[in-house]
Design a protein around this ligand. Structure first.
Ligand code: AMP
Length: 547
């Protein structure tokens, strides 16, 4: 017997319809490439998204055709999020920080038909457009009078001129909720990038889950600033959850330096922000010397790479901002876990609470996770056993676009399919997961594992250290020993011996790095994560002292 409830497909268009009808006057504020602030409302986003849909129909784009973006966080990008997916096409957000060759490779692999780009990426598009063989339309996200002449890009259009010429009269099509809605390629540090292809159903379910109180906890009373880019895993789904909750959205555009972000947070009375640790580092470095405080910011989600305890502490103790440590990945839309205390933790002393808040957190309903040993057997949830982290759920990839890389899933004895995350983690009895490493970054010293994240966290707790990366280097007796590569804060001083002494009492003696290497910068990937593969290449001639 089937239930007798209305069967409506979960479609992204329903999110923007809802925002328009129930939060129509909710504000969307965007810093533009030109530097000025643009303001309008959810009602305007909905109207312009329908114009985008009419424009795509006018070009004869078929269902599931890909429309690519090379764009910052801003209102035009938001219109494309809803107009492209809502009309049944697939929004392909491309990370502009990737190498131009990789961008062209991705655009060709996805068979993008249209590419919409921010004016700041004009030189990049001029460099790659001839290689993007499937793209038929090039659109610059600018007003008609800002479109430069003689760009060399065939038929280049102004986005505003194109959108303004379309009717806003449009009825969103209804189709199978499992249809593809958007895609994002993994950063692909080895081999070619692989496409994660999200569906309407996965996106709407993820948006619901993200909005829960113990997850992102967004509400109509929030003013939300996503620093996390809309070009990487849909800005952690915030644009969708924002439409679902009707919160105010504040977009930083290209201005991601500490000063610009701080000024926007204050001017737009932001209560909630989301970003990766490297961006928040810039913000704190701007605020601390100037003695600045937040007047409205209450909560921030930090994820994408491990959030150092020193950062959680600074936000909580110095600025009264609650830090929500989050973990996820491109293949997971991206949210997997978020760290919030349970009731029984509220009475614990601060240091005990900090130990929990450092973890990547508890699984969100919709994500099942477990850890397994090298032979694939399940490991206990005891907070001690570390193993490969596997996940399953309705917003986690089943396979990559065009079957790239073969079947990524592993099956358990019950025949259930799990996605191996490539992360190594512990899970405690309360279900709090803690990443100890990427499986390829873990340091194996004399058969024992050393967590590079633990070693990095201790280093960045030193007042003179801005950034730290721990890597394993060859050792004839122990196979590998950890060293820590450090960038000092401007004007700050710390020597090798002082830093190694700083580790004493903070970790087991045998886990203390064998050496410190000071560098001017640690290479960062396109999403702000430390590129340890490149760092290892840079240090390939390094030898441990005395060897
Ligand atoms: P990406 O798919 O590029 O977003 O990268 C996903 C990977 O980033 C994960 O598999 C983790 O290795 C890492 N990551 C994301 N969030 C965290 C976090 N909070 N702590 C540690 N690593 C993280």
């Amino acid at each position: 017997m089937l239930g007798l409830m209305q069967n409506q497909p979960l479609l992204i268009s329903s999110l923007i319809d809802f925002a328009e009808r129930h939060h129509g006057d909710g504000e969307i504020v965007s810093r533009r490439v030109e530097g000025d602030l643009h303001r309008y409302t959810w009602r305007d986003v909905a109207r312009r998204a329908r114009q985008v849909a009419n424009g795509l129909d006018g070009w004869g784009l078929a269902f599931s055709d890909r429309v690519a973006t090379l764009a910052w966080n801003g209102y035009r990008h938001l219109e494309l999020y809803f107009g492209v997916s809502g009309s049944g096409r697939v929004l392909h957000t491309i990370n502009p920080r990737l190498h131009p060759e990789q961008i062209a490779w991705i655009a060709n692999h996805a068979e993008d038909q249209v590419l919409c780009f921010e004016s700041s990426f004009l030189p990049l598009v001029q460099a790659v457009h001839a290689k993007c063989s499937t793209v038929k339309r090039w659109v610059m996200l600018c007003a008609a009078d800002k479109l430069p002449a003689d760009t060399g890009i065939p038929g280049l259009l102004s986005y505003d001129a194109w959108v303004d010429a379309q009717s806003a009269d449009y009825t969103w099509p209804q189709f199978d909720e499992n249809s593809a809605s958007s895609m994002c390629y993994t950063s692909g540090t080895t081999g070619n990038p692989k496409g994660a292809l999200y569906s309407h159903r996965s996106t709407v379910l993820h948006a619901y889950a993200a909005a829960l109180p113990d997850v992102m906890g967004l509400s109509a009373r929030d003013s939300v600033l996503p620093v996390v880019p809309m070009f990487h895993v849909n800005a952690w789904g915030i644009p969708y959850s924002a439409a679902l909750t009707g919160c105010k959205l504040v977009f930083p555009g290209p201005a991601l330096d500490g000063k610009s972000v701080y000024e926007l947070l204050e001017a737009e009375k932001v209560t909630y922000a989301a970003g990766v640790p490297t961006v928040w580092q810039m913000l704190l470095q701007h605020m601390k010397p100037a003695g600045l405080k937040f007047s409205t910011l209450k909560r921030t989600v930090i994820g994408g790479s491990a959030c150092p305890p020193a950062m959680i502490d600074a936000f909580r103790e110095d600025y009264g901002v609650e830090v929500l440590h989050a973990w996820g990945m491109t293949e997971m839309s991206p949210l997997g876990t978020l760290c919030t205390l349970k009731n029984k933790h509220l009475a614990l002393p601060k240091e005990e609470q900090m130990k929990i808040l450092l973890k990547q957190g508890r699984a969100i309903y919709g994500v099942d996770m477990k850890i397994v040993g090298a032979d694939g057997t399940d490991l206990p949830f005891d907070g001690k056993a570390a193993g490969d982290l596997l996940v399953r759920g309705p917003w986690i990839v089943a396979e990559y676009f065009k079957g790239e890389g073969g079947d990524p899933l592993v099956r358990d004895a019950q025949g259930r399919a799990w996605f191996p995350t490539g992360d190594v983690a512990t899970i405690d009895a309360d279900g709090f997961m803690q990443i100890t490493d990427r499986s390829k970054d873990v340091i194996k010293s004399g058969g024992e594992w050393i967590s590079s994240i633990d070693i990095e966290n201790i280093a960045v707790a030193h007042p003179a250290v801005a950034m730290a990366a721990c890597i394993g280097v060859f050792h004839p007796k122990w196979d590998e020993r950890p060293i820590v590569v450090v960038v000092k804060k401007p004007g700050a001083e710390v020597g090798r011996d002082e830093l190694l002494k700083f580790y004493e009492g903070k970790t087991a003696k045998w886990q203390i790095p064998d050496d410190v290497v000071f560098v001017d910068a640690i290479p960062l990937g396109a999403t702000g994560k430390m590129l340890k593969t490149r760092l290892r290449e840079q240090l390939k001639d390094y030898r441990l002292p005395g060897l």
